[in-house]
Design a binder for this molecule. Sequence first.
Ligand code: ATP
Length: 240
Amino acid sequence: MYYGDIQALQDINLSIKEKEITALIGPSGCGKSTFLRVLNRMNELIINTRVEGTVYIDGDDIYSAKVDVVNLRKRVGMVFQKPNPFPKSIYDNVAYGPRIHGMRDRKKIDQLVEKSLRQAALWEEVKDRLQRAALGLSGGQQQRLSIARLLAVGPEVLLMDEPTSALDPVSTMKIEELVQDLKERYTIVIVTHNMQQAARISDKTAFFLNGEVIEFNNTDTMFTNPTDQRTEDYITGRFG
Ligand SMILES: Nc1ncnc2c1ncn2[C@@H]1O[C@H](COP(=O)(O)OP(=O)(O)OP(=O)(O)O)[C@@H](O)[C@H]1O
C-alpha cells in the first residue's frame, strides 16, 4: 500500500478468522489504520494511493474489477475514533443506510432500527426518544449509535479504528462488552493503542512496526510469551 511514492505497508500476510476479534497494535504511524482501510478499500478515498496484492473475503478478491465498492463497504463496515452521527434524529441515523439501499416499508424500517439499536446495546437508553437529535447523546452513546448504524445494513465484518480512544472509562467498558457480544455474529478487526484493551477483548493480535507485521498470534500467547524481541519490547512499554 502506497501513499504517492511512500510505501506504508509491506509483506503483509494475515489470515483473519471469521467471528473472532483481531486486534491491531503498534506504535503511532506503523500502518494500523492504513491496513484497516485496505480491508474495505477506504484508502481509495485518499488521492494518490495504490495497493499491491490481494485481499480475500470469503474467497472473493475485494480488489477485483468486478467488485461493487458500495456493496463491499456494506459487507465490511467501519467505526471511527470519533463518533460521527449525522445531525439528524436517532431514528434517522439508523434508518439512513437501509433507506439508501432501497428499503421503503415503514414497518420493516421500524423493526430494523429497533433490532440494530438492541444489538448495539443502546435501545433501552433511547427507545423513548428516537426522534431526538443524535448529537444530544453522550460520546459513548454516539459511538454505540455509530455501531447500530453499521449493523442496520447487514455487514459481515466490522472494522473499528480506536473506537474508544475518545471515551471515558465507563463508556469504554460498555463498548468493550458490546464488541465481545458482537463477535457471535460478526468478524471484528480493531485498532487500539490500549494494550490492556487488546489483551481483554481480542482472540488474535497483530503487532505492526514500520509497515510490517512483526508478529501475529493468539492474544494470550502474544502477551505472555511473545516470539519476537520487538513485540516484547513494545508490550512491556520499552518504546511506542
Ligand atoms: N493520507 C495520508 N497521506 C500520506 N501518508 C499517510 C496518510 N495516512 C497515513 N499516512 C502515512 O502512512 C503511515 C502509516 O500511517 P497510519 O495512520 O496507517 O498508522 P497508524 O499505525 O494507524 O498510526 P496511529 O496509531 O497514529 O493512528 C505513516 O507513515 C503515515 O504518515
